[in-house]
Design a protein around this ligand. Structure first.
Ligand SMILES: Cc1ncc(COP(=O)(O)O)c(C=O)c1O
Length: 401
């Protein structure tokens, strides 16, 4: 057993202030093939273009030889950064170039590096309530004071935000503007505009984390809140949900040179550079294939799966259960009647062979919250229907308790 007495406790305050991932514990608790799981957060394997990636692997070895196996520069492969800049300029008119981009080891690393270069202990930072657990984990290491702002169906509650800003200096805010993890909600154009004004007026930094933006299967794409338009903006992106999470390729875009240079230095200290072979392979894949057609295939599938889940919820869940209707991405969010605990529901659900992620890890302070996350990207429509029916039956008994 590990001795946690002070004299044997070698961990830093930072390490002690980082919560372990409950999700990993949950995934471990359900290693049972009969369980229908809506708990994971994995992309469907349809999004891995295996044949094309295998061709690209051979291409880059043939074309570039030892370069793909050698150490490389910290900011990342220039050609890949140019491709990303060009794509964002075409789609969102950001006016960026390769200089504004650092390739990171997944966007998760960008969160960790940003936390490292931005947060002094007790700095005030804004997050969404509920918020992305991986960001809460990354930020917690540097012991900020979290200020979670309630997330509504169209984005952060603006009154709550203004109240907070009236008596506090905020270092940065962190938002997932499209198909948020865990709720699946997206910010409306009005809320985006309001937030932009608030950032400018109060002069704090906004980190927009957008790994799911390409996966819109309903409605029109919306402009980013602050990306490209201001020194107070950092935008994160990723190839994890559109090509492969296993190669761990993400990126940070910012016009703020101080932040970019500090992140570059922190990255040098962390891992020198992101896997250069993976960068060459993804770049070769992008320039030799129809990336948009590939994304369309993923979106078509996710739309079928999310529709199957929503239809089943309508059919099998009690009327007093609320849920979000995502326009893209991988998750939806279910809210139980006030006072019910999704943690307790989880234990009953596992016994009945269906799983989800209870809401607790997506909050900084609350315990036994009455909400939960469902993922729909890894089950067939038939399995989704069976699983939601099981959950509906449990909910009927549970909400009567
Ligand atoms: C909102 C959000 N940000 C970042 C990440 C990390 O993604 P990556 O694989 O690019 O590190 C995830 C992964 O699930 C996510 O949901």
């Amino acid at each position: 057993m590990i001795n946690t007495q002070t004299e044997y406790n070698f961990l830093s305050q930072q390490a002690k202030s980082t919560p372990p991932s409950l999700i990993r514990a949950i995934l471990k608790a359900m290693q049972d093939d009969e369980i229908i799981s809506f708990a994971g957060g994995m992309p469907n394997p349809i999004s891995f273009p295996e044949k094309e990636l295998s061709v690209s692997m051979q291409n880059v070895v043939k074309k570039f030889g030892s370069k793909v196996f050698q150490y490389s520069i910290t900011a990342g492969l220039l050609e890949l950064r140019e491709y990303i800049a060009d794509r964002y300029n075409r789609k969102f008119n950001l006016g960026i170039n390769a200089e504004n981009i650092i390739i990171t080891t997944g966007s998760q690393q960008a969160l960790d590096l940003l936390a490292k270069v931005l947060i002094d202990k007790n700095d005030n930072i804004l997050i969404e309530k509920p918020g992305y657990l991986g960001a809460i984990q990354a930020f917690s290491q540097y012991q900020p004071t979290f200020h979670p702002i309630t997330l509504e169906n169209d984005g952060m509650n603006i009154n709550e935000l203004n109240n907070l800003l009236s008596n506090r200096k905020i270092k940065f805010g962190y938002v997932v503007p499209n198909f948020q993890n865990p709720t699946g909600i997206s910010y409306s154009k009005e809320k985006r505009d309001k937030l932009y004004d608030i950032i400018k007026k109060n002069n704090f930094l906004l980190i927009e984390d957008d790994p799911y933006g390409e996966l819109r299967f309903e409605g029109e794409p919306l402009p980013y809140i602050a990306a490209g338009d201001t020194q107070n903006s950092v935008l994160l992106g990723s190839f994890s949900k559109t090509i492969t999470p296993g190669m761990r390729l993400g990126y940070m875009i910012t016009k703020n040179d101080d932040i970019r240079i500090a992140v570059n230095t922190a990255k040098e200290a962390a891992d020198l550079h992101t896997n250069i072979f993976a960068q060459y392979v993804i770049w070769d894949y992008l320039i030799n294939n129809d990336f948009d057609a590939h994304i369309q295939k993923i979106k078509n599938l996710y739309k079928i799966q999310s529709t199957a889940m929503i239809e089943a919820i309508k059919e099998f869940f009690p009327q007093n259960i609320k849920y979000t209707i995502p326009q893209g991405g991988m998750f939806l969010w279910v809210t139980l009647p006030e006072g019910l605990s999704s943690m307790k529901l989880f234990d009953i659900a596992i016994k009945n062979k269906v799983a989800f992620v209870p809401g607790d890890p997506f909050y900084v302070a609350e315990k036994n919250v009455n909400a939960l996350r469902l993922n729909y990207t890894n089950a067939s429509p038939e399995t989704i229907k069976t699983g939601i029916k099981r959950l509906g039956e449990i909910l009927k008994n549970y909400t009567l308790m």
